[in-house]
Ligand binder design. Structure first.
Ligand code: NAG
Ligand code: NAG
Ligand code: NAG
Ligand code: NAG
Ligand code: NAG
Length: 459
């Protein structure tokens, strides 16, 4: 059925737009695994799709790349491994934290030289399980522009220990350049671009178990700094700027009225990243929640500040949104600065693009979010060349925040991220442009974007 729907969608797309033809088929998908990090517990999550379950299958998490799995030749090894009763499709499994089923792994990895930290017995073709294996974010701060896999690997193995699929915690520092020949004739509008919502709302050395307050609960939206987000593959940044005239740093990235990180830190991280990688980054300045007043003076100050830090790396807006990636790369100016104020954009035609259209559902539950995103996805907005961003997160209302009805943004993200991941892996990926999420490490949005981009063809 999905297949029919997509073929129909492809045909309609081709007739109306004659531009995006998708060579993809959604049926007969191979077994796939993913490893993500729970926004709520910061522990590993492992998910698989399209598994044909057989007796003796196992999903095993290791701390190095697994080469071989074998049964121990003598007796049973004594590693502390938990097997969790899973079940319930991709619903959050309440069994996931059950300690009763303590278990010894019946596998060794690499002849026992690589440790197994977790083992699960798959029960359903599609599952998404939150494990008890903690992920230490210090690991992420060590990655570089050459990192691919680090920290943890997951393997789906059969009863003979044959590896049927693997995945790892992965960075994607240069994914655009790596598929350059395939995507260089795309406009930004033709790409699937993974993004973050309120990208500047992160803290260093923050541990939600120890440091969480009512304020951080409703203001932090990410666990990686900007450099970390970019190294992991995020290319759309949603930056809300506040102006603080009596602060040493005048401009800050805000979340609403709550000030988060100095804008300078964010700009410098973007700059370093593009200098090292030549990737294309959308830097979308939105909202201006604090200190801008009615006239444009502070805006002018801000634009000059952005220009003073990013300098020659700012892409020329004269290129327009019709520019292909090739046009952008040719000039070696790969930071697109877009700005949510028409008058200011008019005043700086050589610095500012018009802001990205953010599609906000302003919804508080999963079903409404799904309805909203599916409805938007059917619009043939791809007739215009300006990129648009699906804001794929829940939005708490004020009363709910004051009464802490939601338990914080981490819990809200945890409630939707696995579903958002699934929607865009499937039908919504066909037509997606920018997708911006909270706590993106709990989604598969980067891998999903990359794989859809490989399937898209622009004619
Ligand atoms: C197990 O695999 C990892 C990753 O390839 C490797 O570093 C390690 O040396 C392997 N161990 C053995 C015994 O081959
Ligand atoms: C599981 O074990 C951990 C560590 O021993 C403990 O902190 C946690 O409370 C236990 N969870 C349950 C549901 O018993
Ligand atoms: C494991 O041991 C077997 C037998 O000694 C050897 O053939 C194989 O290469 C080893 N595998 C690894 C990953 O070291
Ligand atoms: C495991 O290996 C045996 C012997 O080679 C083979 O007969 C059996 O089909 C294998 N099982 C799986 C699940 O591949
Ligand atoms: C979190 O709490 C620890 C222990 O009190 C403290 O050392 C650390 O600075 C705090 N981190 C943040 C970001 O507040």
């Amino acid at each position: 059925m999905i297949n029919k729907y997509c073929q129909l969608l492809f045909s309609v797309l081709c007739i109306i737009n004659t531009c995006i033809v998708l060579a993809a088929q959604i049926s007969d998908q191979p077994l796939a695994l993913s490893l993500t990090i729970s926004s709520r517990t910061r522990s590993l999550e492992v998910a698989w799709r399209n598994a044909q379950i057989h007796d003796g299958d196992a999903v095993v998490i290791t701390t190095e790349e697994p080469l071989t799995f074998q049964k121990p030749s003598t007796g049973v090894i004594e590693s502390e491994v938990v097997t969790e009763g899973s079940g319930g499709g991709i619903e959050p499994s309440s069994n996931a934290f059950d300690n009763n089923s303590r278990f010894r792994s019946d596998w060794q990895c690499n002849n026992s030289t690589t440790s197994i930290v977790h083992q699960l017995i798959p029960k359903n073709a599609n599952e998404w399980i939150t494990t008890t294996v903690p992920f230490d974010y210090a690991l992420s701060s060590e990655i570089t522009i050459d990192t691919k896999c680090y920290g943890f690997w997951a393997s789906y193995i059969d009863s003979n220990g044959t590896i049927l699929a693997t995945s790892c915690i992965s960075a994607h520092p240069k994914w655009m350049n790596e598929m350059r020949s395939h995507i260089e004739n795309f406009r930004l509008r033709d790409l699937f671009i993974p993004g973050t919502h309120d990208s500047g709302s992160y803290r260093y050395r923050f541990n939600p178990v120890i440091n969480e307050t009512l304020v951080t609960k409703y203001s932090l939206t990410q666990d990686d700094d900007i450099k970390g987000q970019l190294l992991h593959g995020i290319r759309y940044l949603d930056i809300r700027v506040g102006y603080y005239r009596s602060s040493e740093e005048l401009f800050w990235a805000n979340h609403g009225i709550s000030r988060q990180r100095p804008l300078r830190e964010i700009l410098e991280q973007v700059l370093d990243f593009v200098e090292d990688t030549n990737e294309i980054v959308l830097f979308d300045i939105q909202e201006f929640p604090v200190g801008f007043g009615r006239n444009l003076d502070i805006h002018r100050k801000l634009v000059n500040f952005v220009k003073s830090v990013l300098g020659d790396h700012i892409a020329d807006p004269q290129l327009t949104w019709q520019a292909t990636l090739k046009d952008i790369w040719q000039r070696k100016q790969t930071i697109i600065v877009s700005y949510d104020n028409y008058e200011v954009v008019d005043e700086y035609p050589s610095i500012l693009f018009q802001a990205i259209e953010q599609r906000w559902g302003n919804v508080q539950n999963l079903d409404s979010l799904e309805r909203f995103l599916r409805r938007k996805n059917q619009l043939f907005a791809n007739l215009i060349s300006r990129p648009f961003a699906d804001m794929a997160e829940l939005t708490p209302d004020t009363w709910g925040v004051l009464t802490d009805q939601y338990g914080g943004l981490r819990l809200l993200a945890d409630r939707v991220n696995r579903f958002v991941s699934k929607w865009y892996e499937n039908e919504l990926g066909v037509n997606a442009n920018i997708v911006a999420v909270d706590f993106y490490r709990g989604t598969t949005i980067v891998e999903t974007a990359i794989s859809w981009n490989l399937k898209r063809i622009v004619t």
